[in-house]
Design a protein around this ligand. Structure first.
Ligand SMILES: Cc1cc2nc3c(=O)[nH]c(=O)nc-3n(C[C@H](O)[C@H](O)[C@H](O)COP(=O)(O)OP(=O)(O)OC[C@H]3O[C@@H](n4cnc5c(N)ncnc54)[C@H](O)[C@@H]3O)c2cc1C
Length: 571
């Protein structure tokens, strides 16, 4: 068995993974030998795409408060967020903003030199700290630069983790396929932080990178960890037509208008007070209603779209505050937003659910923590507020880094790994798809999955449509047994890589749809036409999905309510 050992393994090099690695290095003062594994080049993680900002309460003297940020988050979550988690988040976030400032991030500034903040959906104060509209890029750069100070870090870039090894409810190691050399090996470590991001690529129209295939979620799920609140998938109101690339919410935060084919600012009808800066679930539903009632523009893919209009902001503001949006619109939609409105429609954007963790990011398996979009610490409940995610990645990157480091420092020995188990995994990866009979094509299966998710598991859902989607997913899982890999090499075999990713997407999609069928209410992003009301008595609880070969086994856990009882959401 090929293998290497480290003290602590960070799986994923997005904002959550890099922040965790920096914290491990800081806390252990170089004593722990850290590995960071990423299936892409470290700086190509989806986090570099984050655009609009990172939320934190920075201005008590101007009227913001921890209580207000917490209330916005809880109300935005449609009362499914754990309120003790929200409280910790709002109180500890300002320090993260200052920490990044001390590490050198170029936050955008007010004329007096102080850190600027902009409006974001569902926040009742301008609370998003930002670096133009390239916030994630600068956060990644800053964390990466900071990491260079520490000698105790080994990077495994372009290495694909295929499974998480667990024995006696404790972490043992991971199996890794080095995409560049083709080698298959084990990394053993005392502790693991999973920071593998989301799985939005199960949808066709999405703002996400091709790499967001839910590998970490699927591996954790198959290793016995429950995944929580998976039915809650966020649709961002402004995905660019036709690619789905994100037009940041900051475009509305800076004053952009949403318009229908009559030129009307339709959000005035649906959210009279907040209008375009209402939370994303509400804006996305309003857009779909406008489209369904015939007030959209005919789209190139047969589906209608709407406009986001920035023209009244003027060239100077667009160039200073939204340079990336202008560049993206010009290059990908051939439209200059200074002169013309941008075509948009809701696009799959974020998973509120993830690996079930406690308030410190600890999973139920000893030695494993999870942070960032892959985790569900229950900060966002049924609907996340924009700019709260990069914030969560920073804060729970730090928290899990610290906790995992302390655990690894106390742990004397590495757990052993069964050679037989590793041989089985290697055979499963490299032989199974070569020896299967049948001629199924994984790319066709992926397309059919995306089409089912787009059509039947979108902004509005119904029981019969969800049932149809589940049936489709199960059919596709069956057909995966007849998928053949066309490229037989072990070196940079993207064909085999994509097959493994599609298998992961299918497992996670099944959990999303199964949870959504049973949840007979509408809450946040889970909007059932057949059950339009929120039902706090029966459904004020988290969904937990446990892997079984026959499909997910569902269970439930209570929501922690410490401050506010559920009330009607009005914006
Ligand atoms: C276009 C866009 C704009 C956004 N803008 C904002 C914003 O302005 N504000 C905000 O708060 N949020 C924003 N978000 C959401 C936010 O950026 C993400 O939720 C967050 O960056 C996720 O970070 P992460 O560290 O959890 O994971 P990611 O950055 O997605 O990183 C995942 C990592 O896991 C690795 N990985 C995954 N699977 C494997 C495997 N099998 N083996 C090895 N490595 C693996 C990947 O290589 C990668 O390094 C935006 C999202 C998008 C898509």
């Amino acid at each position: 068995m090929n293998g290497v050992t480290h003290d602590l393994l960070v799986l994923g090099s997005g904002i959550a993974g890099l922040r965790a690695a920096v914290e491990v290095a800081r806390v252990s003062k170089g004593e722990l030998d850290i590995a960071i594994v990423s299936k892409v080049q470290l700086m190509r993680s989806h986090s570099v795409c984050a655009e609009g900002g990172t939320a934190a309460m920075m201005r008590p003297e101007e009227g913001d408060s921890f209580e207000l940020h917490a209330w916005d988050t809880v109300r935005g979550s449609d009362f499914l967020a754990d309120q003790n988690v929200v409280q910790r988040f709002v109180e500890e976030m300002p320090q993260e903003i200052l920490q990044l400032e001390h590490w050198g991030i170029p936050w955008s500034r007010r004329p007096d030199g102080r850190i600027d903040q902009r409006a974001f959906g569902g926040h009742s104060f301008n609370r998003a700290v930002f670096a133009a509209d390239k916030t994630g890029f600068f956060e990644m750069q800053t964390l990466y630069d900071t990491l260079q100070k520490y000698a105790s870090v080994t990077r495994y870039d372009e290495c694909y983790v295929t499974s998480i090894l667990v024995g006696d409810n404790s972490f043992q190691g991971v199996t890794v396929w080095d995409l560049v050399s083709g080698e298959f090996f084990v990394i053993r470590a005392k502790a693991l932080v999973i920071a593998t991001g989301g799985a939005c690529r199960m949808f066709g129209f999405t703002t996400y990178s091709l790499t967001a295939t839910g590998d970490g979620l699927a591996m954790a799920y198959r290793a016995g960890l429950p995944i929580k609140d998976m039915e809650f998938v966020q649709f961002h109101p402004t995905g660019l037509i036709p690619s789905g690339i994100l037009i940041t919410e900051a475009a509305r935060g800076e004053g952009g208008y949403l318009r229908n084919n009559k030129g009307e600012r339709f959000m005035e009808k649906y959210a009279p007070e907040r209008k375009e800066t209402a939370p994303r679930d509400i804006v996305s539903r309003s857009e779909m209603t406008e489209i369904e009632e015939g007030r959209g523009f005919p789209g190139p893919d047969g589906l209608d779209y709407l406009h986001i209009d920035l023209r009244h902001l003027g060239a100077a503001k667009i160039n200073e505050r939204l340079p990336l949006i202008r560049e993206v619109a010009i290059k990908l939609a051939f439209i200059d937003p200074i002169d013309e409105p941008i075509p948009i429609r809701p696009a799959a954007h974020y998973f509120m659910g993830g690996i079930h963790v406690d308030i410190d990011g600890a999973t139920p398996i000893q030695g494993i923590w999870a942070a960032g979009e892959a985790a569900c610490v229950s900060l966002h409940g049924a609907n996340r507020l924009g700019s709260n995610s990069t914030a969560e990645c920073l804060l729970w990157g730090k928290i899990t880094g610290e906790k995992a480091a302390k655990f690894a420092l106390e742990q004397k020995a590495l757990a052993s790994v069964s050679e037989e188990r590793v041989r089985q995994e290697e055979a499963l990866i490299f032989d199974q798809y070569r020896h299967q009979s049948g001629e199924e094509d994984a790319y066709v299966i992926r397309e059919e999955l995306q089409s089912a998710m787009d059509r039947q598991v979108g902004v509005f859902r119904t029981g019969p449509e969800l049932e149809k989607a589940l049936e489709k997913i199960r059919e596709l899982k069956e057909r995966m047994k007849s998928v053949r890999v066309k490229d037989e090499s072990r070196v940079y075999n993207t064909n085999l890589l994509n097959i493994l990713e599609v298998a992961n997407l299918l497992d996670i999609a099944e959990a999303i749809v199964a949870g959504g069928i049973v949840r007979t209410e509408s809450r946040g992003s889970h909007s059932r036409r057949d059950f339009p009301q929120r039902d706090d008595v029966n459904w004020g609880k988290h969904t937990l999905a446990y892997y079984t070969p026959e499909g997910p086994r569902l269970d439930y856990s209570p929501v922690t309510i410490t401050m506010w009882k559920p009330v009607e959401r009005k914006y």
